[in-house]
Design a binder for this molecule. Structure first.
Ligand SMILES: NS(=O)(=O)c1cc(-c2ccccc2)cc(-c2ccccc2)c1
Ligand SMILES: [Zn+2]
Length: 263
């Protein structure tokens, strides 16, 4: 598709020129206002199957020009939703080394250092993620807020290979690991709303689950994430550093934002 960026003439305010849904409704991310939440007792703990991958398997870690993307095997899925949502990939959004705030979802206006998205598609209804991507019940994304603190040994399972994917379209194979370890302990406490892809084409096709509890990475890990990669190809004369790859929050309008927990 047409090129898009997070700043400049192809930045998010211009996305709708080539990607009309980006100017539409049900857009993500949003600012989660905890005083406006509706507790929904029917929101069950998130249940994940086959997330505990073995080191004998390999995953593809890539630079797609906008983020670091880790491919996930189809045996991984969410089993607690009305239909099976099968894993496709995970990727991150972050700030810059000078401004370590780059999450997409914010809580009461507070932006976290980064955010991880685990993208799943409705495999009960659609044969693959490309077909599912623009369907209203097509995708389910798990959002994990990331703040700077304790070193995160699980994130290093892929972060330590990031210098092999410095440039756009580079890929490396990495040993798989327990993807569950990337998520917070409490999978029963989360925010839930209907939204969209936070990047073009911004399809309003995402059932969002944002966990209440952030995970931490160390400042050193954050700086690695925020400074290692470029959005440009290796052979390009002008290297474009990849950072601040987050979309600004959108108005919730009259959308209900649910939560699975009281208080
Ligand atoms: N941020 S997100 O979760 O809404 C998201 C989902 C998907 C996505 C992935 C597979 C199938 C369908 C949708 C792709 C991206 C993306 C991020 C960076 C660059 C390009 C695309 C982002
Ligand atoms: Zn994302």
């Amino acid at each position: 598709g047409a090129k898009w960026t997070y700043t400049g003439p192809h930045g998010e305010h211009h996305w709708s020129m080539h990607y009309p849904f980006c100017g539409g409704s049900f857009q993500s991310p949003i600012d989660i206002q905890t005083r406006q939440l509706s507790f929904d007792p029917s929101l069950r703990p998130i249940e994940l199957q086959n997330y505990n991958l073995s080191a004998n398997e390999q995953l593809t870690l890539g630079n797609n020009g906008h983020s670091v993307v880790l491919s996930l095997p189809r045996k991984m899925y969410i089993s607690s939703l009305p239909q099976r949502y099968t894993a496709a990939q995970l990727h991150l959004h972050w700030g810059s080394s000078h401004l370590p705030s780059g999450s997409e979802h914010t809580i009461n206006g507070h932006q976290f250092a980064a955010e991880m998205h685990l993208v799943h598609f409705n495999s009960d209804r659609y044969p693959n993620i490309s077909i599912a991507a623009d369907k209203s019940d097509g995708l389910a994304v798990l959002g994990v807020l990331i703040e700077i603190g304790e070193y995160n040994p699980v994130v290093d399972h892929f972060l330590k290979y990031i210098n092999g994917i410095k440039y756009r379209d580079q890929k490396v194979q990495v040993p798989a690991f327990n993807i569950r370890g990337l998520l917070p302990t409490r999978l029963d406490e989360y925010y839930r709303y209907d939204g969209s892809l936070t990047t073009p084409p911004c399809y309003p096709s995402v059932l969002w689950t944002v966990f209440k509890t952030p995970v931490t990475i160390s400042l050193k890990q954050f700086r690695t994430l925020a400074t290692a990669m470029y959005s440009s190809h290796q052979q390009e004369t002008v290297p474009v550093p990849m950072n601040s790859n987050f979309r600004k929050p959108h108005y919730t309008d009259n959308r209900l934002v649910l939560c699975s927990f009281k208080r």
